[in-house]
Every structure is written in C-alpha cells, then in structure tokens.
Design a protein around this ligand. Sequence first.
Ligand code: PEP
Ligand code: MN
Length: 324
Amino acid sequence: MIYSFDRGDPNQEKLLALLQRAGLDYEIIEKDGVVVHVLGAIASDLQAQLQSNFHGRKAVPSPCYAEIIERKEPIVIAGPCAVESEEQLAQTTAFLAELGIKYLRGGAFKPRTSPMSFQGLGKTGLRLLAKYTQRYGLKIVTEVMDRSHLDLVREYADIIQVGMRNMFNYSLLVALGAVDKPILLKRSMSATIKEWMAAAEYISRGGNRALILCERGIRTFEPLTRNTLDIAAVPLAKKLTGYPVIADPSHAAGRADLVPALALAALAAGADGVMIEIHPQPQQALSDEKQALTFAQFKDLLQKIRQLNSLHMNLNSHSNWEIQ
Ligand code: PEP
Ligand code: MN
C-alpha cells in the first residue's frame, strides 16, 4: 500500500508509529510530498485500522508487466546485442514485427569486458530504439548500466534490464525499487540462486515488484561454451519467487549453433520466455558476433518455440513438490 502526505502532515508520523508497532517494514520517498510505501503483507486487523484512519492506495501495476503476466505465449525478446545503426534497427524491427514479436532488445549502454570494445551509442542509441519501436508498436528492453543514467534509460525503456555485471550493484537496485517500469534482472555469472533472489528483493522492497528474472549462464570450468546455462535455476527461481523467469541462451552459449537447443530446453524446464540475440549480419556485429542468430535461424527457432507452446503439455506438473 502507498500513503501520500503533504510535508509536515502529522498523520504521517501516526502512520509510521503504527507500522513500527506492527513490525512492518516501509520505505519513505520524498519528492513533492512524502510517500510511504508499506512493504510486505498487512494483517487484516491492521488493515482495518489503516483503512479507517488513512487514505491509502494500491501500487499501480505497470500495464506492460500486466501484459507479461497475462500472456498466452512465451515471452520472446529479440534483437541485437547493441544498437549500432539506423539500418540495423530498421531491418531488425521490420523483421520482428512481421513475426509478431513484441519486445525488442538492444543495448545503448554496453558493459564490455574490455574498455577497448564498442561501448554503445548511449543516448543516440536510445533515440534510435524509440524511433523504430514506435514505427511497429514494439516495446523496448534495454540495459541501465549506471545509476546516473537511470532517469534517461527509464524515459525510453519499457522494460529496464540489469545486466549480470550489475546484479550486485545494490545502490542501483535500490534506485530501481522506486521506478514504475518492469525490471529484467539478470543473474550474475558468479551469483548463487540465493544471491540472485536477494538482488530481486533489493528492488521489490523499494516498492517495484514488476520483476522478471533472467538466467543467462554461470561461469564454470567448461571453456567450449561462454557460460553454462543453469537449467535447474529456472524452475527453482520460479518456485522461490513467483516472478516470471526467462532464459538468455545467447550469453549462456556464446555461440549461435547452441542457442536453439538451450532456448527450447529452458522453455521445456518451465521458463516463461527467452531473450535471443539476432543480427541482420552476425559477422559484422560490433559485439557478441559469434552468438547472434541470423534472421533465418531465428525464424526457425521461433517456429519451434511456438510448436512447443502449442503442445499445451504441463511439463512442470511436479512444481508443487517441496523444496528440500
Ligand atoms: C546483454 O544482455 O546485453 C548483456 C550484456 O548480457 P549479460 O549482462 O548477461 O552479460
Ligand atoms: Mn550481448
């Protein structure tokens, strides 16, 4: 619940005293007035007390997140690793729209292991994303790399991505808790599932529960793939949090030939969707060129994803077994 007060309103102190007595956690956001977000479930007797003394409202769920929750098909997010040019986005968005894909990915701010690598087009990249997604009514999934860019990225993104390198960036996560857009939280390549869940909680405790978790592979001893897709993490994270969980087989595999198999495996394991890197000419991509699918390869994979979905099999009927 959210309670808004004018500055200096004595009712605010009364509310806080009540919450403290009940042992409930809350967060205060001060902007034009004072907003108190009550975190966690409110017991029914306290609820009655709050209702008779204060005017609260429920947090408004983002329409984009509602669409994700109510979807009939797996969530498919596709696009280039990085926004590179008008031509690249023009071709990619036209192609995705024709296939009925709703979510375009593309990094404008790119976290790169080497400082010598292409770092992204920044604001120009965000503007290009806006221009071409508007043309086809697509939604933008793009990464925020730094708290200082958050206002800018939030202006353009429909879903804000937290990359694996930032999963442990707690000040960024706290800031995202007060944002009114869904957050796609990638698992760090070195995070345990519990650490990943804790990162999600940093965001949700700020009041933003529109979370999508993304398993993108963890670092293991295997050098033939870029990372190892942790399939078990998909049903486990779903079970532990109830949030939608998607998989990113592109960053997990690091090579295009394995992407379809990993995408289908993740969906069979109960993933709510997949995020796939594609490029009009993968060999020319300025980043992650080895893992990008061509348009033809992606089209073929999408057909398989849709076939798998149409089986309507309850592949996850064991999901109410207890976790040890
Ligand atoms: C990305 O999806 O653009 C990306 C950089 O992935 P990750 O953070 O998983 O490495
Ligand atoms: Mn990439």
